[in-house]
Write a protein that binds this ligand. Structure first.
Ligand code: PLP
Length: 410
């Protein structure tokens, strides 16, 4: 009998559930103790929240960390603290989650999209300078999938033009560039603790910084504009209540104890999977030659060449791969500037200049990644063992064998 794809009723290449989040009695007991203690929140974000912030700052090698409700608000806190004013421009990549750019809109500023480098899918540092104008204030590099951006080049450009750098490290907990934790290199690092992320409490976010003034402002914005040493009903800055609960903080503390080992395991498995995919013509992992000392593989991304797979589209291939039991996905269907938010300029009351026009934006590399090239394997799959990586590669090879045979027979 001939081999059959799982999507057509054949046997799966791998039949294993990869669970996320990973937890045990430690997480359950920690949350139970808080619930039982009856102190679920703390108006000053004290106790467990402050303890976790100190732990996370130390883990990143940063002076300060401030938790907040999610990794979108964290970007907003960072932008406002960096002093952006209405109409200022902020450089962002187009291949990322919406809030990297929509947080800029929420600050009444203009996202300026700079294309990605096809080797890494991170913002092309070589293309940033051409996008800088007198209104540019901030660059937001996103360490996409946990792969470090070219930070030396980006920090040098920022210094030359007097810009602030906010690292969107929502994918990058624990990952490193030149031995430094991502998020600790720019003026501010922003992280998400949403349920899919490599460190999670269901929802949540955090910013890290070494800068005393940025810290004071972000701390105030998180706490309805109060300042340290001020009165309870004294509000100085246009903040909001963005505080997290004690339950989230103890959950994060327990999860943080697992993070380094999980990160190293994903890095090892990612390197092994790279070596296996190198043997398959038509798939190519992203380039790691930027000085990455540790990749956390929030997303393991490889490039797909339909010509080597009998002309099967990327979207169909990704569906076949998922059916084979590999936790995988076709990724973003289009770059951010194509979203109706930007195309229709549905900016509500926000003060974006009329001259901002996203219908003219064209980032060919991001478009190519979205439409034909990028396939994602999700982070929890990289917490498996070597046999699992071999099964993922075998699934890709199986699909190739079958679809090439079918295309020849057709
Ligand atoms: C998840 C994510 C965010 C937003 O984080 P939330 O906690 O979901 O608000 C921001 N940027 C990137 C790149 C993300 O993946």
């Amino acid at each position: 009998m001939s081999e059959k794809l799982a999507i057509h009723g054949g046997q799966k290449s791998i039949d294993k559930s990869f669970n996320w989040p990973v937890f045990d009695e430690q997480e359950i007991n920690a949350v139970r103790d808080i619930v039982a203690g009856g102190k679920w929140g703390n108006p000053d974000c004290g106790d467990e929240v402050a303890r976790f912030e100190a732990e996370f700052a130390a883990y990143c090698g940063s002076k300060y960390a401030i938790t907040c409700v999610n990794g979108s608000v964290s970007l907003r806190l960072a932008l406002i603290a960096c002093g952006v004013k209405p109409g200022d421009e902020v450089i962002v990549p187009p291949y990322t989650f919406i809030t990297t750019a929509s947080s800029v809109i929420e600050c009444n500023c203009v996202p300026v999209f700079v294309d990605i480098d096809p080797a890494t899918y991170n913002i092309s540092s070589a293309a940033i300078e051409a996008a800088i104008t007198p209104r540019t204030k901030v660059i937001i590099p996103v360490h996409f999938g946990g792969l470090a951006c070219d930070m030396d080049a980006i920090m040098a450009i920022a210094k030359k033009y007097g810009l602030k750098v906010i690292e969107d490290a929502a994918h990058a907990h624990g990952a490193e560039y030149k031995g430094k934790k991502l998020g600790s290199i720019g003026h501010v690092g922003s992280f998400s603790f949403q349920s899919s992320k490599n460190l999670t409490s269901g929802e949540g976010g955090i910013v890290v910084t070494d800068d005393d003034e940025l810290y004071a402002m972000m701390h105030s914005l998180r706490n309805v504009g109060r300042i340290e040493g001020g009165q309870w009903y004294e509000h100085y800055n246009p903040g909001c209540n963005y505080r997290i609960t004690q339950m989230q903080a103890v959950l994060l503390s327990a999860q943080l104890k697992r993070l380094e080992a999980q990160t190293r395991l994903r890095n090892e498995n990612g390197l092994y999977l790279n070596s296996l995919l190198a043997k398959i013509d038509g798939v190519e992992p992203l380039d790691r030659s930027v000085d990455i000392t540790l990749h956390c593989y929030h997303i393991y991304i490889f490039k797909y060449d339909a010509a080597k797979f009998g002309g099967v589209s990327k979207d169909n291939f990704a569906a076949m791969l998922a059916a084979e039991g590999v936790p995988s996905f076709k990724g973003y269907p289009q770059p951010l500037y194509k979203q109706p938010l930007f195309q229709n300029k549905n900016f509500m009351c926000y003060a974006i200049p009329g001259s901002a026009d996203y219908s003219a934006v064209h980032c060919p590399e991001a478009e190519r990644a979205c439409s034909t090239d990028a396939v994602w394997i999700l982070q929890h799959a990289l917490l498996g063992d070597k046999n699992d990586m071999e099964a993922f590669a075998a699934a890709i090879a199986k699909i190739q064998r079958i679809v090439v045979k079918n295309s020849v027979n057709a």
